[in-house]
Design a protein around this ligand. Structure first.
Ligand code: DX5
Length: 215
């Protein structure tokens, strides 16, 4: 059964703090979106204030989703955080993904590649044996609440056909309507954003998604 790692895409400290508090104890890990307003047309608060954001992350394990033009610069700001488990880097954001993956692993953190919806899985294939995770975007990155791109399902299946050991995360458009087909296709992790944080009962949202995974 895929693991649920809620995705936090926030533009202020209040939302960041309240969303972390709302899922602490309900999930093992969260995903923090770092967006620089250049790689994607949105800027997130944790990107703008890394030191302040890191203080809110002392009590929960997290992974970082780097939607930035300078991944190495951001990695250096975050790499020593004791609760940081994994860093996910867009292959589209660098022409030297291999050295970035090595840099992350030198600090004993898991390293993953992220592919935008229009990027071919074959761009990442040469690194399948070097990564701890392959995250496939189900939406064009930058914002929450977008519609899931159906061709993502075929990408999951194709990756698993090529190498069943690749650990696949799906991020973007994961919700009650899409979660079952995403899980059936072979995803190991799903990263819902608005499906968890929208509305006033976050715990129920997580329970509903979990129940759909176990149905
Ligand atoms: C999209 C982000 C996603 C987003 C998912 O740019 O990388 O992590 O938070 O939000 P939903 O689940 O609402 O598509």
């Amino acid at each position: 059964m895929p693991k649920i790692i809620p995705s936090l895409l926030v533009t202020n400290e209040t939302d960041f703090e309240s969303q972390i508090k709302s899922v602490t104890g309900l999930v093992d890990m969260i995903q923090v979106d770092l967006a620089d307003g250049k790689f994607v047309p949105n800027t997130t608060w944790p990107y703008q204030e890394p030191q302040k954001a890191q203080k809110h992350l002392e009590n929960i394990d997290f992974e970082l989703h780097l939607m930035v033009e300078e991944p190495l610069k951001i990695i250096k700001q975050w790499i020593n955080h004791k609760r940081l488990k994994r860093i996910l880097v867009h292959i589209e954001s660098t022409n030297d993904i291999e050295s970035i993956l090595s840099e992350i692993k030198m600090f004993h953190k898991e390293a993953g590649i992220v592919l935008n919806p229009t990027t071919s899985i074959y761009d990442a294939e040469p690194y399948f044996d070097k990564i701890d995770s392959l995250m496939l975007m189900g939406v064009k990155p930058g914002f929450q609440g977008q519609a899931f791109i159906p061709s993502t399902i075929d990408k999951i299946k194709k990756v698993k056909e090529i190498n069943k050991n690749v650990f696949i995360e799906i991020d973007g458009g994961v919700n009650k309507l899409t979660i079952t087909q995403i899980a059936r296709a072979g995803a190991d992790v799903i990263c819902p954003g608005s499906a968890v944080f929208k509305g006033d009962n976050i715990e129920n949202n997580i329970t509903d998604l979990t129940n759909l995974l176990t149905a």
